[in-house]
Every structure is written in structure tokens, then in C-alpha cells.
Design a protein around this ligand. Structure first.
Ligand code: FAD
Length: 443
């Protein structure tokens, strides 16, 4: 059995490693367009911010370690430029080997998604950078380390934008964060995100909401940014983080079905419409676990799980993917914000009736030192079924959202939250955990 894997990071590397565990004899070849495989995308902002100090720590696996550990033939600097599903072969453009064809029995596509770079005047300035991989990280870090960056404008208040704003600030850079929507971090509702925005401002990042970029202009030593409001900003460096689009251009002629925005369409086995071609990760449309509509959720957890499921199916196990909840978390200076399931905006858009409650419990027993309040919001159906949750606070938010995410995954209700027996001693929680409290109030 000969299996080709396109893309060597989250989804691709998971699929390849799982397949090897299931099938000792399969020939597995992994193609990666860039120089690096299996790196820690999620750690990149923290390396730029120097919380993660050693660059090698970002490189989880190397081609050599994948060969030694899993007997996988990793080919870096090798881009798959087309896929012929009839003849079952791919065309590869390699730095060292030029163009060549490779046949397959099975393919796993995990090409991910790249940063959106819209056609805006001046966008090609070399001071405007995006962040996806190690070379992008090296460029941004080189600017900050060696080229006297005193000011930066981050365009886009999503997860990557907010993390970059914090990490540049950590490096002593003067940062402005520009968001076109009324608030940052789209997965959260306005009431929850207000605390995040205050934290951003309190940490002296200038926050501009409801304003997008109209144009850029290179200056002698910097770049001028004109916003839609005609407000002008000046910076030594611009980070563009306004979202991602699937990296699926090479599939245009393949006959593989793509969605409206270019995401690969798959079934619950991660199979595309083409025989023996599977797809996973940021490049695919998934089913929203709560509302069952198709959506795209570019997160590492789902990509890894889908990679494993694609490998299972290639090995003959009939494993299925049951949808993405979008459970996510972000550190914003001293705060943590986390969410799972649907937010109010999504439910309203789909006309799904819901109720919400919000509680403000302490993260642990209030008489034990350091008990800080959190905000926990629960979104549930008329019958009490959990549809989503969001939390923000300085401590203990991650575990509460993870617990609720688990109950949501298992189809649970607000009554189930009241019945959960969670660990308690004063330094960690209260006899009525914040999750129980949310359940009591919702019931
Ligand atoms: P990727 O990991 O992007 O891998 C795709 C690979 O395929 C790329 O290396 C690309 O070069 C290669 N490729 C593309 N086309 C071809 C081709 N034609 N031929 C050969 N190779 C090709 N998610 C979280 O859940 N939590 C986080 O904290 C988090 N932080 C993030 C921070 C940053 C800065 C970024 C950029 C992302 C972050 N993510 C986070 C998202 C997470 O990294 C992605 O969801 C995940 O990596 C997706 O995996 P993937 O395999 O689909 O794509």
C-alpha cells in the first residue's frame, strides 16, 4: 500500500504517524512545500515574544526523526502542484529533484490554510508581514531583534492578531491593534470580550475597533496605514492577521469537490469525492458539532484528530469524525478567555432558540488567598441542552470551559452540570464548583 501525505505539519504528520502505527508495511511519503515539518505553529508568537527562547523547541519532529521513528519518507521543499485522481498520481515540484510524478494508492491532503492578503494599495511593502510558519517567524523576529522596530500595527483582532500584539508588547514595541469588527476575538460574545478589550488597553496596546485598512504606503523608514475612517497610523512593522483561506489552489483541476471558499469537502470518514483521497485540517469544511451546518474551524486539535481518523480509514477501521465544537482558548496578558460550542451571534443567525445565564464565581474558595473572580457564561436550549459556553478570568477558566466542552460533547444538559462531582480543596475550587454554579443558575 502506497500512501502520499500532502502537508507535513499538524494534520499531515498525525495521519502519517497513525498510519505507521496501524500498518507496518505501508510505504508512506510525506510532501512538505517548506523546509520544516511538524513544527509548533501555536508556539510561534511566543517565540517572537521570547517567552519560548530556543528556536529548536518549535521543531517537534524533523525529517530524520520521522524516518527513524516511523520509517516515513519525508520530502521537504517539495510542493504537490497537481493531483490526477483518474491516473492516481501527483505532480511534485521539488527544489532538489525538479518536477516528477508519484503514483499512489491513497492520499491524505493536509495543506492547511494561509493568511489572507487582500488586494489593498501598498500591500506588498516588505514591512507588512504575515505569520504562519517558521520562515515567517524568522522574518518577524529578525525585524524586532535587528532592525530597530519601535512601533507595530497589528491588523486583525483574531487569535493570532491578539497573541502577536501581546508578544510584540512583551518585546517593548509600541503596538496598535486594528479590528474592523465591533470587537476582537469573534468566537466570543460582546459581553465576554469586553474584559479582554479592557485588558488589552490596560496593557497599553492601543485598540482601534470598527475600522479596517484602506491602504498602505511605504515611507522612508516605516509604513503609513490609512484606515477606512481616514485615520492615519505610522509603524516600523505591520503584522497582517485578518484570517486564513484554504491552501487548495493546486486542487482546482483535480475534480475534488471544494466549498464556496475553496475548502475541501469530505464525509465523516474524512474521504473526499475522489477514490482513496482523504483530506483533513484547516483546508476542509467540517460539520459544526452543535448546529450541524458546514463551517471551517482552523484549529490544531481538530486537525490532529482528523489526521488520525483519515489514517484509521485508510487502514480499514471505520472511524468517524463527529464534528467540530470550536473549543478554543487564548491568553491575553493576565487574562484567559476560552469558549466552546456556539455563541449567541451564530445561534441568532441560524434562528436557533437559546437561553443564557452568566455567573461570576471565584476560581477557588474565597477564603483561600488569591481567589479571583471569573465570568462564566452558559448558552443552552429551552430543554436545557448545552449549546455553548464562554469564560474569562485570571485563573481556572481553562478547566471550567474544558469540563463544559466535555459535557457538550456528550450531549449533556444544565442538570448534568449540577450533578458533576469535580475535584475540590480550597486552593483549587469550591464545594460548589463554578461549573456546578452555572448549572444551578441555569436550571
Ligand atoms: P498546517 O499546520 O498549516 O500544515 C499544512 C502544511 O502543508 C504547511 O506546512 C504547508 O506548507 C504545506 N502545504 C500546503 N500546500 C502544499 C502542497 N501543495 N504541497 C506540499 N505541502 C503543502 N490552533 C490552536 O488550536 N491553538 C493555538 O493556539 C493556535 N495558535 C496558532 C498560532 C499561529 C501563529 C498559527 C499560524 C496557527 C495557530 N493555530 C492554533 C492553528 C493551527 O496551527 C492549525 O489549525 C493547524 O496547524 C492546522 O493543521 P493543518 O495540517 O491543516 O495545516
Amino acid at each position: 500500500k502506497k500512501v502520499l501525505v500532502v502537508g507535513g505539519v499538524a494534520g499531515g504528520a498525525s495521519a502519517a504517524a497513525r498510519l505507521r502505527r496501524l500498518d507496518e508495511s505501508a510505504e508512506i511519503i510525506m510532501f512538505e512545500r517548506d523546509e520544516y515539518i511538524s513544527f509548533a505553529n501555536c508556539g510561534l508568537p511566543y517565540y517572537i515574544g521570547e517567552t519560548i527562547k530556543e528556536r529548536e523547541k518549535l521543531l517537534v519532529q524533523t525529517p530524520e526523526s520521522m524516518k527513524n521513528r516511523f520509517n516515513i519518507d519525508v520530502r521537504v521543499n517539495s510542493e504537490v502542484i497537481s493531483l490526477d485522481t483518474r491516473k492516481k498520481l501527483v505532480t511534485v515540484r521539488s527544489k532538489d529533484r525538479g518536477m516528477y510524478l508519484e503514483t499512489y494508492d491513497y492520499v491524505v491532503l493536509s495543506p492547511g490554510a494561509r493568511a489572507i492578503k487582500p488586494y489593498i494599495e501598498g500591500i506588498n511593502s516588505k514591512r507588512i508581514l504575515t505569520l504562519r510558519n517558521i520562515p515567517d517567524t524568522d522574518s518577524i523576529k529578525d525585524y524586532v531583534d535587528n532592525q530597530g522596530v519601535n512601533s507595530a500595527v497589528v491588523i486583525g483582532g483574531g487569535f493570532v492578531g491578539v497573541e502577536m500584539a501581546e508578544n510584540l508588547k512583551h518585546r517593548g514595541v509600541d503596538v496598535t491593534l486594528v479590528e474592523a469588527a465591533p470587537h476582537v476575538l469573534a468566537p466570543f460574545d460582546t459581553d465576554i470580550v469586553a474584559a479582554v478589550e479592557k485588558e488589552i488597553s490596560d496593557n497599553e496596546v492601543q485598540l482601534i475597533l470598527n475600522d479596517g485598512v484602506k491602504s498602505f504606503k511605504d515611507l522612508e523608514n516605516g509604513v503609513e496605514i490609512t484606515l477606512n475612517s481616514e485615520k492615519k497610523l505610522k509603524a516600523d512593522l505591520v503584522i497582517l492577521a485578518i484570517g486564513v483561506i484554504p491552501d487548495t489552489g493546486f486542487l482546482k483541476e483535480s475534480g475534488i469537490k471544494l466549498g464556496a471558499k475553496g475548502h475541501i469537502l469530505v464525509n465523516e470518514n474524512m474521504a473526499t469525492n475522489a477514490e482513496n483521497v482523504y483530506a483533513v485540517g484547516d483546508a476542509i469544511e467540517v460539520v459544526d458539532f452543535v448546529n450541524k451546518q458546514n463551517t471551517a474551524v482552523p484549529l490544531a486539535g481538530p486537525a490532529n484528530k482528523q489526521g488520525r481518523i483519515a489514517a484509521d480509514n485508510i487502514a480499514g477501521l471505520n472511524t468517524t469524525y463527529k464534528g467540530t465544537q470550536g473549543t478554543s482558548i487564548i491568553k491575553v496578558f493576565g487574562l484567559t478567555a476560552a469558549s466552546t460550542g456556539n455563541n449567541e451571534r451564530t445561534l441568532k443567525r441560524l434562528n436557533i432558540p437559546y437561553k443564557t445565564i452568566t455567573v461570576h464565581p471565584a476560581a477557588h474558595a474565597s477564603y483561600y488567598p488569591g481567589a479571583l473572580m471569573m465570568t462564566l457564561k452558559l448558552i443552552f436550549s429551552e430543554e436545557g441542552k448545552i449549546l455553548g459556553a464562554q469564560g474569562v478570568g485570571s485563573d481556572g477558566v481553562d478547566k471550567r470551559i474544558d469540563v463544559i466542552a466535555t459535557v457538550l460533547r456528550l450531549g449533556g444538559t444544565v442538570t448534568d452540570l449540577t450533578e458533576l462531582e469535580l475535584c475540590y480543596a480550597p486552593p483549587y475550587s469550591s464545594a460548589k464548583d463554578p461549573v456546578n454554579m452555572a448549572g444551578y443558575v441555569a436550571e
